[in-house]
Design a protein around this ligand. Structure first.
Ligand SMILES: [Zn+2]
Length: 279
């Protein structure tokens, strides 16, 4: 079933069926190219190799200038251990220890859908309770739900998804990355990502959780300000949609928390890559 869906460009992520945005652009190949900065940065690594080579040559018995050799070797080592890192580039002495994608296998996709559904119900109860207590939503009154109300809810849901991804992107930008946004499922859903950009573990957690924490806080504050009005209902729906869509973010946060704070994390559209120092 998933293979069949993949054939027509549909993948499932964060509890939604997504349409692969422009698969002909060979996104994964692009991501691979960005992933290997050492291969791309040929001049720098050639320079580094040259220093190491001359240090080794100079250190050999045929070369009398041992002192110079040691100095050069020291400079080569300094160069290796204290490279002038561009923002977001992975230090040389790091290696990949995990590549995780929610779309990797069918069971993981089903689990993600189930967790999104569970989150939908749990956050539904939570936001309903907040709507009644803080939002002073009358339990007994009935609402006339016409076409205009449905329209407002649809706009609210789309806005929530847009703001959710924009929040990821803005925080990525705060940490120095240039996030790219994409349209999924024929333009109905957005994603934000920054392939090849290495974040410190804790910074990545902020990126992952910012929409869940930020939008939920805004929803609760909004219910408080607009208490007693029907807007409280809309806010509750937006809160539930956001919390349900954040299940992938929470999942990835739990994965990266298994690694030391020294770990570096790269974001993929539907997953992450984890890097640790070579031991
Ligand atoms: Zn998210």
């Amino acid at each position: 079933m998933r293979k069949l869906l993949a054939k027509v460009g549909v993948t499932t992520v964060e509890g939604y069926a997504l349409f692969e945005y422009a698969p002909w652009l060979n996104y994964d190949q692009q991501a691979n190219d960005i992933r290997s900065p050492t291969a791309q940065n040929a001049t720098a690594s050639a320079h580094r190799r040259e220093i190491a080579r001359s240090a080794t040559l100079a250190a050999s018995v045929h070369n009398p200038s041992r002192q110079l050799a040691n100095a050069e070797r020291r400079s080569a080592m300094l160069d290796l251990h204290n490279p002038m890192l561009a923002s977001g580039s992975l230090p040389n002495e790091y290696q990949e220890v995990l590549s995780w994608k929610v779309t990797e296998n069918l069971s993981r996709v089903i689990l993600a859908q189930a967790l999104a559904l569970l989150s939908f119900f749990i956050s539904g109860v939570v936001f309903a309770v907040v709507a009644v207590s803080l939002g002073k939503l009358p339990l007994s009154s009935s609402f006339a739900f016409g076409l205009s109300e449905i329209g407002v809810v649809l706009v609210g849901v789309v806005l929530t998804l847009v703001v959710h991804e924009l929040t990821h992107g803005v925080v990525m930008q705060l940490f120095g990355a240039k996030p790219t946004y994409g349209l999924l499922w024929k333009g109905m859903l957005l994603y934000a990502t920054s392939p090849g950009y290495a974040y410190h573990r804790n910074n990545y957690i902020v990126i992952a959780l910012a929409p869940f924490v930020g939008i939920s806080t805004l929803v609760v504050l909004g219910m408080w300000f607009l208490a007693g009005t029907t807007w409280v209902v809309l806010l509750a729906i937006c809160g539930v949609v956001n919390a349900s869509g954040a299940i992938g973010d929470i999942w990835m946060t739990m994965i990266v928390l298994r690694y030391a704070p020294t770990a570096y994390i790269m974001d993929e559209r539907a997953g992450i890559r984890v890097f640790l120092p070579i031991s």
